[in-house]
Design a protein around this ligand. Structure first.
Ligand SMILES: Cc1cc2nc3c(=O)[nH]c(=O)nc-3n(C[C@H](O)[C@H](O)[C@H](O)COP(=O)(O)OP(=O)(O)OC[C@H]3O[C@@H](n4cnc5c(N)ncnc54)[C@H](O)[C@@H]3O)c2cc1C
Ligand code: SF4
Length: 508
């Protein structure tokens, strides 16, 4: 007789490719999915994320039942406190089960919990590596070993070779690995932005929306605007739409900041990739196919594939290489409390107001908004690293610590002593002006550094350079900027620093 197994499916593993499900036997094994308080409350999650995950879990449970599986499903309103409690109760109801199988979690915190189960639950725990990621943790560690610097670009080239993506006879298509230089256009309303098709919430999603609205009244997220896909088919349809209508312009405007749209030509697939509704290799292959068929430029296809095959796998590798110590890092000792406007979007800096408001309302901001608008502000103002990371983990629909932490602490705040980025992503208002059209709607002037109408990013930028001269001075890539600062007249420098301090005082 087959031994019976309880298979736990975590909320971000909703894929038939989940290794814990791959060999599960419909008439023998029992599956468990649980919406538990601990996971729903460890940060103030955006309500869009809670609805996405609960609804996608409920739809996935239906799919598994249709395949003949017995599924134990615990809804949030049943009051299950934790994954441990959900497993304990399921095992108590299934005395014939002798083993729990689960795919390893993406997050360090959850892995610690799973690690305690063999003792706590009294059954053997079969924890499988999550091979839906394209670079195994051991492979990344081997790549990183003995390297002075963990530069993404070299990792990415190896990944392209490993998966044979965008290669002609083993060489990169077009002769170059990276077409980023063609992907930096600013936004001046040059193109019509295609209207995205909404996904209409079905009965299950509508019920979840009402439950989440009632249970999480104070979390961010405007649920009247919930339009996310919650099944594999819907997520694939969203991605197909992107390949047909967004991809051709994706590369060119990847770094653009637009008044008119929260997402411009971005794909909006991170939330689906991160919970299992889409698979990373499949989306890369589909984009390569679009390029081969002449539907987009090489720069657009390469730009997209670099994000998914390169950046996404790389940040996960950095996370597992350096956790748990990584989360404690804080290069600049940044400790300023998060201003209230991070939670209500009420600021008169136009670029920041737009990025914060859409993040809070929709749980979405594209990369440059996260990095160069919100993250840059946090870096320049010296906001508390832990609080900023907790904020990013809370507000975004796609946020899980394995991807959020290296991006926020490492890339945006340069809090990891440069493990990820060779220099801080610090910029003045001029960069934001160049990349988009927010400044034209702003009460501040991006060309001014001091005075009531001066763009706050400008004085804060120089304040950052001034207060971290010693650290930045050790970085050759910062030499020119430091030299520019130092050659300015001492009175002018003092005036800029003083003005920045008035800006910072207002934050407090
Ligand atoms: C401070 C900060 C915090 C971030 N937090 C998260 C997070 O919690 N979750 C998350 O998935 N991404 C995060 N990112 C990366 C990136 O901003 C989002 O993946 C992207 O904005 C999602 O929108 P999109 O699907 O439209 O992406 P697109 O711009 O269309 O890019 C395509 C895909 O590439 C992947 N990708 C692109 N850049 C990155 C990156 N730097 N790291 C990992 N994957 C990447 C994503 O899967 C994304 O869906 C963060 C970036 C920064 C700077
Ligand atoms: S002027 Fe400064 S604060 Fe205003 S939108 Fe431009 S960069 Fe942002």
């Amino acid at each position: 007789m087959d031994s019976k197994t309880l298979v736990l499916v975590l909320g971000d593993q909703l894929s038939l490719n989940n290794p814990a499900l791959r060999n599960a036997k419909p008439q023998v094994d029992t599956l468990l999915l649980a919406e538990v308080a601990e996971e729903a409350q460890y940060v103030r999650h955006n309500r869009h994320k809670l609805v996405l995950l609960f609804s996608a879990m409920r739809h996935f449970a239906e799919l598994l039942r249709a395949q003949g599986f017995t599924v134990i499903y615990r809804q949030f309103d049943e009051g299950v406190a934790s994954l441990t409690q959900a497993c304990t109760e399921a095992l108590a109801a299934l005395p014939e089960v002798t083993q729990l199988r689960v795919c390893a979690s993406g997050e360090y915190r959850v892995e610690q919990i799973i690690g305690s189960w063999p003792q706590q639950l009294g059954v053997s725990v079969d924890r499988l590596e999550d091979d839906r990621y394209l670079c195994a943790i051991a492979q990344f560690k081997a790549w990183a070993k003995d390297r002075k610097q963990l530069r993404m670009e070299y990792f990415y080239r190896d990944m392209r070779k490993q998966y044979g993506l965008l290669l002609d006879d083993g060489e990169p298509c077009g002769g170059k690995w990276n077409y980023d230089a063609e992907n930096r256009m600013g936004w001046r309303n040059q193109e019509p932005i295609p209207r995205r098709p909404d996904v209409s919430p079905d009965d299950i999603t509508r019920e979840v929306i009402e439950q989440v609205r009632a249970a999480f009244p104070h979390n961010p997220g405007d649920l009247d605007q919930f339009r996310l896909a919650v099944t594999h088919t819907e997520a694939q349809a969203q991605f197909d739409w992107f390949c047909e209508f967004g991809l051709a312009q994706f590369g060119r405007y990847q770094d653009a900041l637009a008044e008119e749209s929260p997402w411009l030509f971005h794909s909006l697939v991170s939330m689906y990739l991160n919970c299992g509704l889409l698979e990373p290799l499949a989306v890369c292959q589909q984009v390569e196919q679009a390029y081969r068929l002449g539907h987009c430029s090489l720069a657009a296809a390469e730009g997209f594939i670099r994000q998914v095959l390169g950046w996404r796998e790389y940040v996960r590798g950095v996370y597992w290489l350096l956790m748990p110590e990584y989360a404690q890092r804080n290069t600049f000792g940044a400790k300023r409390p998060l201003p209230d406007f991070f939670w209500d979007g009420d600021t008169d800096l136009r670029c920041l107001q737009q990025a914060l408001s859409q993040s809070l309302d929709l749980g979405y901001a594209h990369h440059i908004q996260r990095l160069m608008v919100i993250g840059n502000f946090a870096l320049l103002a010296g906001l508390d690293v832990e609080a900023v990371c907790a904020w990013y983990l809370a507000v975004y629909v796609d946020a899980y610590e394995w991807v959020e932490l290296p991006n926020t602490l490492g890339m945006a705040l340069h809090g990891d002593h440069g493990a990820m980025a060779s220099k801080p992503y610090a910029a003045s208002g001029k960069y934001i002006q160049k990349q988009g059209n927010h400044c034209a709607q702003c009460r501040y002037n991006p060309s001014k550094t001091t005075g009531a109408d001066a763009c706050p990013y400008n004085s804060l930028y120089w304040h950052f350079i001034d207060r971290h001269q010693e650290y930045l001075g050790r970085n050759a890539r910062m030499g020119l900027i430091l030299a520019n600062w130092r050659k300015r007249d001492a009175t002018e420098r003092a005036a800029i620093v003083r003005w920045a301090e008035t800006v910072l005082d207002k934050l407090d």
